[in-house]
Design a protein around this ligand. Structure first.
Ligand code: ZN
Length: 171
């Protein structure tokens, strides 16, 4: 018999605890955004939306949310999603803008990057996001989310992410 826990170095355990504490602080910090998301999600419930807690995304996802142009919108630890399943492929912003031909990325991973961004910026997220250009490839937040979805790294939008996820490893 082996006790896996006993083999874990103390530094790794400290790191895990610190990470959990930081996430908890971030969730508290971004609670105003989460509250708006929960309110919009709750209204959607009356029109057929289905809530699901997704541990990996650290988010309550409202599937089949009935409004919007289609896709997903993250508000703090809430994701409003017009589709039925978050584990679907979506095109990157650079691809959609015709800048590069890129492989699709996982929508869940893209939105997870936004959740992480919200944990850091809290109530500042939406103003800073809008100042950075709103929804589109010009927005560093969207390019960082696509890069993270494509490579598993680089969700933080500074320094300026490249215009293409293909160049994400070249820095
Ligand atoms: Zn996005």
């Amino acid at each position: 018999m082996r006790d896996e826990g006993a083999d874990t170095p103390a530094s790794a355990r400290v790191e895990a605890v610190a990470r959990r504490a930081l996430v908890a602080l971030g969730m508290l910090w971004t609670l105003p955004n989460t509250a708006v998301g929960l309110l919009l999600g709750a209204v959607g419930l009356a029109f057929g939306a289905r809530p699901q807690w997704r541990r990996q995304e650290l988010a309550c996802v409202f599937h089949a949310w009935p409004w919007g142009p289609g896709g997903a919108l993250t508000l703090g630890n809430v994701i409003l999603h017009t589709g039925a399943d978050l584990d679907v492929a979506c095109v990157t912003y650079a691809h959609a803008a015709g800048l590069h031909v890129e492989a699709p990325v996982q929508l869940a991973a893209h939105e997870r990057a936004h959740v992480y961004q919200y944990l850091v910026l809290g109530p500042l997220f939406l103003p800073v996001y809008l100042v950075c250009g709103g929804i589109g490839v010009r927005n560093r937040f969207e390019r960082a989310a696509d890069r993270y979805a494509a490579t598993g790294r680089g969700w933080w939008p500074w320094p300026t992410p490249p215009m293409s996820v293909r160049n994400a490893d070249e820095r």
